[in-house]
Ligand binder design. Structure first.
Ligand code: CA
Length: 216
């Protein structure tokens, strides 16, 4: 999953990006509203964390610019903890809201819930042959034994598992699993696929030459 974090306080932006990268998300960042608007309209993010008070263009204006074009889940951050602002945010298409200061654990949990809802999934358990993926616990087992995946290996498995039976193109995987600083012309994806195959079996991920990958 790839997220955009929009926050103009550098320390908070760094802390959020670091925490969410630890969860395995690919993270893009923006420090003002104009950069946020451009990135949010250019990429298909799985969710956006959007600060309310931003230079150049406010968070609410970013949301208004986005909504006619994209349904990307948006969680708004703001120090303005008033009911009127929350209502305005929801009316303009925000999906969730967190008042500053907030607990990073709560932000993580709200993002998980937002992303789960937007993918239409309430299922926490996906079974593919001998592999069981628990999307709630972000845990994977093979023939009943827990398999240790890195957060980013897990993200690849979950992304493909949620689209089981469909060929997912390399372009889509780069769009959702890698951030703006990672080069789609490199072999990062191939490396990650081969690490997952080493742990879950060579046949777990099928390669369709010239098309992409799928979980059968
Ligand atoms: Ca701000």
């Amino acid at each position: 999953m790839r997220l955009l974090i929009v926050e103009d306080e550098p320390d908070l932006l760094r802390a959020l990006a670091r925490a969410l990268r630890e969860d395995g998300y690919a993270i893009d960042t923006a420090e003002d509203g104009e950069e946020a608007r451009y990135k949010a309209l250019t990429h298909d993010y799985d969710a956006i964390v959007l600060d309310w008070m931003l230079p150049v263009l406010g968070g609410m204006d970013v949301l208004k610019a986005l909504r006619p074009h994209k349904t990307t889940p948006v969680l708004m951050l703001t120090a303005r903890n008033s009911v009127a602002h929350r209502i305005e945010g929801f009316d303009q298409g925000a999906d969730d809201y967190l008042g500053k200061p907030f607990d990073i654990g709560e932000l993580r949990a709200r993002l998980r819930a937002l992303i789960r809802r937007s993918k239409g999934g309430s299922h926490d358990r996906i079974e593919i042959g001998d592999v069981i993926i628990d999307t709630g616990a972000k845990a994977v087992s093979l023939s009943g034994s827990a398999v240790t995946l890195t957060a980013r290996e897990y993200q690849l498995v979950e992304y493909l598992a949620l689209r089981r039976g469909k060929v997912v193109s390399r372009t889509e995987l780069y769009e959702h699993l890698f951030d703006e600083n990672e080069d789609s012309l490199s072999n990062l994806l191939d490396v990650r696929v081969s690490l997952v195959r080493r742990k879950l079996g060579a046949a777990f991920i099928e390669t369709r030459r010239g098309q992409g990958y799928l979980l059968p």
